[in-house]
Design a binder for this molecule. Structure first.
Ligand code: SF4
Length: 412
């Protein structure tokens, strides 16, 4: 049997342990064979328990499967249990992750309600303290995590790398006959920080299947290099994210470029897209971008995909762009209900095309497709359902009628 010269493109996931992050009956599994988990982080003041609970609810509704909140002060720690209660009252069971820096050991000790309400802790080993204090403060946090059976992400970030460890790795490098480049030393320090702290956490008593690692940097090539090596050296599940990715299209493109290379290599068990929100922008955008990365790569399915042509001189009106946008928004808004009622609806494709050049062909390949009239074409929009032309829409109400056809298809 000769094998095809065309590669299948199938992604083989790296083998990793699975970590359960639970709240009540809800369990989110990160690692192992579990689907890659989407997570996000609030940008509200955690002290504002109502505002934070509302944003968590919005992020969860958009599809965030874990939501991280900053726990930076005593007032914030005091608010965490109340945030959790409000979410439970609203029926929002998304597990919450507490983000700790500098004073986490004190907050977790002084606010046991906070320590218990959170489903996972994120500890940045570069922001735990210095010297002997560092080890003891790190151990105190890990002991509390072990006591309450909470998983921990050891989240290294090169903006806050443990300076003592960096100095040690630099000293070791100076002893080499052929010293590594400064960049390699930095990569090594990030990776060693994650791995040594994971080892320390296990020595303190946290089970190995309660640890997730991340090593976030802000450069695409740096992220790829660091994660490839980190993935090679351990089997802890990995949280991927390009830190400080930036605003708008730059942030989206940089995150997509970095993450898609790693995901294609099977690296990554949970992702967070860190986008700087536009003024007044929607925080849920980072969840949608994360979903779109995973769905376009064929790794998960979240919402029906709209295939739309880019438009060109053959389309002189904006009707088809508006229709594509309307239908994508409509599908996204329906999904929280649809996914509980119609199995497999997220795998559906809808094509919205600008004219007859590619319109009918692309429409036939989708579950439902519409080809709008381009310049000079007769003012008619043929609709294809499962490859068969079923109706031709005309007039002012094309968008509404098409939406109804999509709804009928989903319900059938
Ligand atoms: Fe242009 Fe028609 Fe192609 Fe759309 S389908 S890009 S309108 S030629």
């Amino acid at each position: 049997n000769e094998s095809s010269p065309i590669l299948s493109g199938a992604i083989k996931r790296r083998t990793s342990r699975s970590v359960i992050i639970a709240h009540g009956d809800r369990q989110v599994i990160v690692g192992g064979d579990a689907p890659i988990v989407i997570q996000s982080m609030t940008n509200t003041d955690t002290v504002d328990a109502i505002g934070t609970a509302i944003q968590i609810k919005e992020l969860a509704r958009a599809g965030s499967e874990l939501v991280r909140i900053t726990v930076n002060t005593q007032e914030a720690a005091a608010a965490v249990a109340s945030i959790r209660e409000q979410l439970d009252r609203m029926g929002v069971d998304v597990p919450l992750v507490g983000d700790f820096h500098y004073n986490g050991h004190t907050l977790l000790k002084e606010f046991p309600d906070c320590a218990q309400a959170l489903s996972k802790y994120r500890i940045n080993p570069g922001n735990v303290g210095q010297g002997a204090k560092r080890d003891s403060q790190f151990a105190q946090m890990i002991e509390i995590a072990a006591r309450y059976n909470k998983p921990v992400r050891i989240g290294v970030n090169w903006g806050s790398l443990d300076q003592g460890l960096l100095a040690r790795i630099m000293d070791e490098n100076a002893q080499r006959n052929s010293p590594w480049s400064a960049q390699s030393v930095m990569y090594e320090a990030l990776i060693v920080s994650a791995l040594e702290n994971a080892q320390r956490a296990e020595q303190v008593g946290l089970a190995g299947d309660k640890i997730i690692l991340s090593c976030k940097v802000s450069g695409v090539q740096d992220l790829i290099a660091v994660y490839r090596e980190l993935a090679r050296r351990c089997d802890y599940p990995l949280h991927l994210g390009l830190t400080e990715a930036g605003m708008g299209s730059k942030g989206i493109v940089a995150s997509t470029a970095a993450l898609s290379v790693l995901l294609q290599e099977g690296i990554g068990d949970t992702i967070r897209i860190s986008l700087t929100p536009e003024p007044g922008g929607d925080r849920c955008k980072e969840v949608i971008v994360g979903q779109e990365i995973l769905q376009t790569m064929g790794l998960r399915k979240f919402t029906p995909m709209v295939i739309a042509c880019p438009g060109c001189g053959r389309t002189t009106s904006t009707v088809f762009q508006e229709l594509a946008d309307d239908i994508q928004t409509y599908l996204r808004e329906q999904m929280p209900v649809w996914k509980t009622q119609f199995a497999g609806v997220e795998a559906m494709n809808v094509a919205v095309m600008g004219c007859i050049v590619n319109g009918p062909g692309e429409s036939k390949h989708a579950n439902i497709g519409i080809s709008l009239p381009g310049t000079g074409e007769s003012p008619a929009a043929p609709v294809f359902v499962d490859g068969v032309k079923t109706v031709t829409l005309r007039g002012e109400n094309i968008a509404k009628e098409f939406q109804q056809i999509v709804l009928t298809y989903v319900q059938s």
